[in-house]
Write a protein that binds this ligand. Sequence first.
Ligand code: HEC
Length: 103
Amino acid sequence: MRAFTLGLSLLLIVGAGRAPAADAQHGETLAKRWCTSCHVVSDQQSKGSDMAPSFAAIASHPNFNEERLAFFLLEPHPKMANMALSRSDTKELAAYIAQQKHR
Ligand code: HEC
């Protein structure tokens, strides 16, 4: 029981430790797995669905805000498949999408 409690608190500490800097690279992996069927997620992708805006377009929007996007992604929007993204997934996706902004 003691070892279990110790393990649990270690887990909590490690979990809390990996908070801020969202890992855009992992976001890319997630985007390529979950989003490419509809969205053009990067310049390397040639075609997505006509309905969904490209990630470059999303990131280039004047009102783009990475925090807000991460928040938005917690709630699946109606036309999107019901994906259960964790809080860190959404942050990583938002960080990745932010990088797709047109230069
Ligand atoms: C089944 C198709 C589909 C999938 C899969 C999908 N999307 Fe979407 N997404 C859409 C469509 C269609 C829209 C257009 C908005 C609308 O009308 O609902 C959209 C809109 C968005 C928007 C809002 C754009 C804006 O500025 O309003 C974001 C952000 C977004 N998607 C992110 C994602 C991410 C991240 C993933 C992968 C985790 C994803 N989507 C997967 C279809 C999809």
